[in-house]
Design a protein around this ligand. Structure first.
Ligand code: ADP
Length: 268
């Protein structure tokens, strides 16, 4: 009986090993597939703006004398805007890599939310020029413990999306509300909004809702990074649709530092 049991145990162990090997092989194949898809997507995102830059620069070099002033300005505009797009993409990739390596350490100091919102809006400048921006921030918003660089990047990513996915001429609203122990900050737009099934998936790396979104410059990284940064500051970031069905709403919840904390905080 003992031998029979030992044989059975040996067989069972062998089986488990086989299943484990299979699992491992499947996981390796899946990782390989993902890596391949990632490389394809990154190469595409790098090549599109690069070809535009190369095309414009070559035309400028070869046809310089024959070109009218306006055509030159157009070509130079293309070079500048496509270089900016390339730069944004690379910054996004680096941010994502840092997040995944756990290398994003928030350096928290007391910040005025309104001021950071202003800085982000200034940085976006021309991107938001075609939209009306409505600021709905109460005067008494408490200072929050934030990393100004990370927080500004979060706002830039959300506002950039609002500009991208809502029609020109529509209004982008930045709303702040004080709640017990926390501040609710929302970016509301008047675009297509999000399919309910996608309100979580939009935070996945490289996920884009609509096929047609690929005509609009984007990497599918902005929201993944924004959520990572907000969480690094002790907050949460969620997506949804406005109750008035006008468009999408992104909600940041951030803790209010305990009373007295503000005064004790060294501005490090
Ligand atoms: P990107 O904008 O570069 O594609 P994001 O991570 O910022 O990447 O967004 C992921 C996807 O979520 C977008 O491709 C778009 O489909 C959707 N999305 C993001 N913001 C909005 C918005 N304000 N309104 C509608 N859809 C949005």
């Amino acid at each position: 009986l003992f031998d029979a049991l030992a044989d059975m145990a040996a067989l069972a162990i062998e089986r488990v090993r086989l299943v484990e090997d299979l699992d491992r092989a499947e996981r390796a194949a899946e990782t390989d597939r993902l890596r391949q898809a990632l490389l394809t997507s990154i190469s595409h995102d790098l090549r599109t703006p690069l070809s535009a830059i190369l095309g414009a620069a070559t035309t400028l070099r070869d046809l310089d004398d024959a070109l009218a002033r306006e055509s030159k300005t157009d070509l130079l505009d293309t070079i500048v805007s496509e270089s900016e797009r390339l730069n944004r993409f690379i910054v996004n990739l680096l941010d994502m890599t840092r997040l995944e390596a756990g290398a994003v350490a928030a350096s928290l100091t007391l910040q005025d939310v309104g001021e950071t919102v202003d800085t982000a809006l200034r940085r976006l400048g021309p991107i938001l020029a075609g939209h009306a921006v409505a600021l709905d921030l109460p005067a008494g918003l408490p200072a929050l413990r934030l990393d100004p660089v990370l927080f500004e990047q979060v706002l830039v990513n959300l506002l950039d999306n609002a500009a991208k996915y809502a029609p020109e001429g529509s209004t982008v609203t930045v709303r702040g509300r004080v709640e017990p122990g926390r501040v609710r900050l929302q970016i509301l737009d008047e675009g297509d909004g999000l399919p309910e099934a996608d309100v979580e998936r939009v935070f996945d790396k490289f996920y884009r809702v609509r096929k047609s979104d690929s005509v609009r410059a984007g990497t599918g990284l902005g929201l993944a990074i924004a959520r990572g940064f907000v969480e690094a500051m002790g907050g949460t970031l969620t997506a949804g649709n406005r109750p008035d069905r006008l468009g999408a709403v992104f909600t940041i919840l951030l803790p209010v530092p305990p009373a007295g904390h503000a005064l004790a905080e060294p501005a490090a």
